[in-house]
Write a protein that binds this ligand. Structure first.
Ligand SMILES: Cc1ncc(COP(=O)(O)O)c(C=O)c1O
Length: 294
């Protein structure tokens, strides 16, 4: 009997336990970060906003001139099966398309057959639930949008990972990297919001348009808060009333320290709490929830 309890994967048209999932060393996804991916989460046995994740995934593949032999419906079934085989009620579900391998002796990407992988593992949190993040603002620049389209979810992560090392060295636990103007861009796996006098600001360009970011903007608007999608300077972030990060890996998470100083009182702010409550409540809204049959 195969043991899927630590997670399951879909590789070469087959479901395997996560520990047995393998990729060819020669796949350009591995050799060149030539891949796109998406991550959706499952809470209480239901996907959240799966349709939005699929839209972003299919649009990313199109922009990278990749394709997979599955329809949206087939892909939904593969992802649901990954979760149901693992039995996980709370899961982190990743889908990946790689460029694949070129024909032997060729370096022509047009000769590659794209490959699709998926996996479901236990839910991953960027921070322990309820604990505020301690953010360091790095001078390191996020890979510019002129080089790699940041709205296509990609594995160009060396700027983010090296930024994270810098954050640890400086006494923080995660990082915000900046855009070409020195203003805040995003962090490793999350978007960033600042709240000042009841107005929210989140970087407008040069970032992944996160599904959690989109959800936070929609909730904030419904609650009557204005949201500016524009430049967010490190100074504005340091003097914000509240700061928070958004990610599929944990939802809406307060940032309670920036550059080793408290954000305002150092407590999770009221608007962040309000948005968090609404965010988790939306997971039961049939419009956003897709139930998995185990
Ligand atoms: C670079 C980057 N920014 C932002 C996000 C947040 O996006 P989402 O809310 O869709 O998880 C992610 C997610 O992994 C990411 O990789």
């Amino acid at each position: 009997m195969l043991d899927f309890s630590n997670g399951s994967a879909f590789v070469d048209e087959k479901f395997v336990p996560i520990s047995e999932a393998k990729i060819s060393l020669l796949d350009w996804g591995f050799l060149h970060s030539d891949a796109t991916y998406d991550v959706a989460h499952v809470r209480g046995g239901k996907f959240f906003r799966l349709n939005d994740h699929l839209d972003r995934f299919f649009s990313g593949m199109k922009m990278l001139r990749m394709s997979i032999p599955y329809t949206r419906k087939e892909l939904t079934a593969i992802l649901s099966d990954c979760v149901s085989k693992s039995g996980l009620q709370e899961a982190y579900v990743e889908m990946i398309t790689t460029r694949g391998l070129p024909e032997p002796g060729s370096r022509d990407p047009r000769t590659c057959r794209n490959r699709f992988f998926a996996f479901a593992i236990p839910f991953v949190w960027i921070t322990t639930p309820g604990k505020g993040l301690e953010l360091i603002v790095s001078q390191r620049q996020r890979i510019p949008p002129q080089s790699v389209n940041p709205t296509v979810k990609n594995y160009h992560w060396l700027d983010l990972v090296m930024g994270q090392f810098e954050a640890y060295d400086k006494g923080g636990e995660t990082v915000a990297v900046v855009n070409g103007k020195g203003n805040i861009a995003e962090g490793p796996g999350f978007n960033i919001f600042a709240v000042k006098n009841g107005i929210l600001t989140t970087p407008g360009e040069g970032v992944l348009e996160g599904i959690t970011r989109k959800t936070a903007i929609e909730i904030a608007n419904e609650l009557g808060y204005d949201v500016i999608q524009g430049e967010l300077s490190p100074e504005a972030a340091r003097s914000a009333d509240e700061l928070f990060a958004t990610s599929t890996a944990g939802g809406i998470m307060a940032i309670t320290k920036i550059d080793c100083q408290k954000v305002s009182t150092g407590k999770v702010g009221p608007i962040t709490l309000e948005l968090q409550d609404r965010y988790w409540a939306l997971h039961n809204n049939p419009h956003y929830a897709y139930e998995i049959h185990y």
